[in-house]
Write a protein that binds this ligand. Structure first.
Ligand SMILES: [Zn+2]
Length: 281
């Protein structure tokens, strides 16, 4: 049996990069929070299927909804960092990225009373500078590397990395990397880690791909966001057609799809990123 790592990037519907032109940061405080209902739906589902998940929490949200962070922790899940302001790491100066990482870590540790070990970059914008800064700030692992190179925003894996026996990677600075799972087929990489691709692909095809990844790698990492399960979220008009598709495709049926996913793979072990990455070290 393999290990499945369910990860949730905890951010609200108006903080998504695809909607950035409509909701600049200055508007966030006037937007209505919708995050709690879909987060509760996910937590209930995780209870039902005995899933321990990892929540990469945006600092901006944690500061305003600390009770939600506490509840997630109390229900047995790992709290990790998604940065403070949802700025793409590739667009921040080293100094500003340092501050974003530091502020989110301290804030989450204050709320939970526990150490924060993990980090995920907004839009998987992994950079070499990020890895150095994570090591400096005593983060233990990162889960920002997405090998699917055709997406316009994803970062890359620079520098030297060694592969650990459990399929994770180790940088020379001591940061462990849990890459997002993708499927290699006919020598090509297909995005298979979740998000919009989970919503888009027919379930039987997605399921077969995950089974293949589990057979080859021993683990599968899935990512999602609460807003992907919020079918009634306000629809933003005049959005570029490709962004509209990426953001809204399959939202109505997504919770049912996740139920099917958890049912089909229920004999696998669902654990937190921290537990998985620490295994054997
Ligand atoms: Zn995000």
């Amino acid at each position: 049996m393999g290990t499945i790592l369910i990860t949730v990037d905890l951010e609200d519907w108006f903080q998504v990069e695809n909607l950035r032109s409509h909701f600049p940061r200055s508007t966030w405080d006037s937007c209505k929070f919708r995050i709690e209902a879909p987060t509760h739906a996910l937590l209930d589902l995780f209870d039902e299927f005995d899933v321990t998940a990892t929540f990469f929490v945006l600092g901006w949200i944690a500061e305003r909804l600390p009770h939600l962070v506490k509840e997630i922790m109390a229900r047995g899940h790992e709290i990790a960092s998604h940065g403070y302001n949802h700025e793409l790491c590739s667009r921040l100066s080293s100094k500003n990225l340092h501050w974003d990482l530091y502020r989110s870590k301290i804030l989450l540790e204050d709320i939970t009373g526990q150490q924060v070990y993990g980090y995920r970059a907004p839009s998987f914008t992994m950079t070499r500078v990020l890895v150095n800064l994570l090591a400096e700030q005593a983060y233990y692992y990162d889960s920002s590397y997405n090998s699917f190179s055709l997406h316009d925003r994803y970062g890359s894996l620079e520098g030297s990395w060694e592969e650990n026996p459990n399929g994770t990677l180790m940088s020379k600075e001591g940061i462990r990397e849990i890459p997002i799972s993708n499927l290699t087929l006919f020598g090509r990489s297909f995005p298979w880690g979740g998000g919009g691709y989970f919503r888009l692909y027919p379930f039987p095809i997605f399921r077969n791909g995950v089974a293949a990844i589990l057979r080859r790698q021993g683990y599968y990492l899935f990512y999602c966001h609460p807003w992907e399960f919020d079918a009634d979220q306000p629809r933003v008009g005049s959005l570029r057609p490709d962004l509209r598709f990426r953001h809204y495709v399959g939202i109505e049926k997504n919770l049912d799809k996740l139920v099917s996913f958890l049912s089909v793979f229920s004999d696998h072990s669902f654990t937190s990123c921290r537990a998985y990455v620490s295994n054997g070290f």
